[in-house]
Design a protein around this ligand. Structure first.
Ligand code: PGA
Length: 262
C-alpha cells in the first residue's frame, strides 16, 4: 500500500518565526487528526530545517530539504551534503525541481548524482520530472518525461520502491494557476508507473509514490487524488498557509478513507 504524501515545497519563502508558527500549528492539527495512510511533509529553507524538525519531533510528519549537493563532502562552498542532512534527522529531499533545472541548469546526470548521494545516506529523494508548455504543445510530453526518468534513474537500483518518490510537475502548471486536469495528470502518472514497472518490476513500481505538482490547491486536490496513479501532491503556493495545508490534509484523509463527500 502506498502512502498519500501531502508535501509542501516552500521554496524561498518563510523566515524563522513564520516557519516556527506554521510548525506549531501543524503539530496542533496532527495532535487532533491522525491517519497513518497520509504523510504530511514540509520542505522549508535550509536554515530552518532544524527548528522544523524540533517542533515536529515525535509527530507523524516529515521534513525535507529542497536540494542537496551532488558531492559527498569537501571543498564545495555553499553546498549541503546528504550526510549532513541525514545528521539532522531529515528523511526526504527534493531533487531536480524544474526551477533548479531552469535557473541552475541542472541536468539529469547531476540530478542522478544527487539521488545517489541521498540513497547512500538513507534519505528518500523526491525526484521531479515534467515537460514545458512548448514540449506539451509539440506532443513531446511522454518522450520528455521518460527521458528525464531514464536520465535520473540510469543504473539506480531500488530494493523496495519505498526508498524513492517521483513527482510529476508539468512546468506550465507550476505557479501559474493552470493545473493539469486530473485526466491529463493521470495519463502521465500512468506512463511513469509503466516505465517503473518495466524497469523495476511490478512489486517495486507498485510501492513508489508518484506525486503531482503544479497549482495544486484545496479545491482541486480531491479529484487528483482519486486517480489511480496519483499518490499525493507536491504543493508550492497553496502549502504556505497553514489553513490551506490542513484543508489539503483533510481532503487526503477523506480520499484514502473513501469518503464520498470530499
Ligand atoms: P505551485 O508549485 O503549487 O505553486 O504550482 C509547485 C512546485 O513547484 O512544487
Amino acid at each position: 500500500m502506498r502512502k498519500t504524501i501531502i508535501a509542501g515545497n516552500w521554496k524561498m519563502n518563510k523566515d524563522a518565526s513564520e516557519t516556527e508558527e506554521f510548525c506549531v500549528e501543524l503539530g496542533l492539527y496532527l495532535g487532533r487528526h491522525n491517519e497513518d495512510r497520509v504523510l504530511p511533509l514540509i520542505a522549508p529553507g535550509f536554515p530552518f530545517l532544524t527548528r522544523a524538525l524540533e517542533i515536529l519531533s515525535g509527530l507523524p510528519a516529515a521534513v525535507a530539504a529542497q536540494d542537496v549537493s551532488s558531492h559527498a563532502a569537501g571543498a564545495y562552498t555553499g553546498e549541503v551534503a546528504a550526510d549532513q542532512l541525514r545528521s539532522l534527522g531529515l528523511s526526504h529531499c527534493i531533487v531536480g525541481h524544474s526551477e533548479r533545472r531552469q535557473y541552475h541548469s541542472e541536468t539529469d546526470a547531476e540530478i542522478r548524482a544527487k539521488l545517489l548521494q541521498l540513497k547512500k545516506s538513507g534519505l528518500i529523494p523526491i525526484v521531479c520530472v515534467g515537460e514545458s508548455l512548448a514540449q506539451r504543445e509539440n506532443g513531446e510530453t511522454e518522450q520528455v518525461v521518460l527521458a528525464q526518468m531514464s536520465g535520473c534513474f540510469e543504473q539506480v537500483d531500488l530494493e523496495t520502491g519505498r526508498e524513492v518518490v517521483v513527482a510529476y510537475e508539468p512546468v506550465w502548471a507550476i505557479g501559474t494557476g493552470k493545473t493539469a486536469t486530473a485526466e491529463q495528470a493521470q495519463e502521465v502518472h500512468g506512463i511513469i508507473r509503466d516505465w517503473l514497472l518495466q524497469r523495476y518490476g511490478a512489486d517495486i513500481a507498485g510501492r513508489i509514490s508518484i506525486l503531482y505538482g503544479g497549482s495544486v490547491k484545496p479545491g482541486n486536490l480531491a479529484e487528483l487524488l482519486q486517480q489511480p496513479d496519483i499518490d499525493g501532491g507536491l504543493i508550492g503556493g497553496a502549502s504556505l498557509q497553514i489553513a490551506d495545508f490542513c484543508a489539503m490534509l483533510d481532503t487526503a484523509v477523506q480520499v484514502v478513507r473513501g469518503d464520498s463527500e470530499c
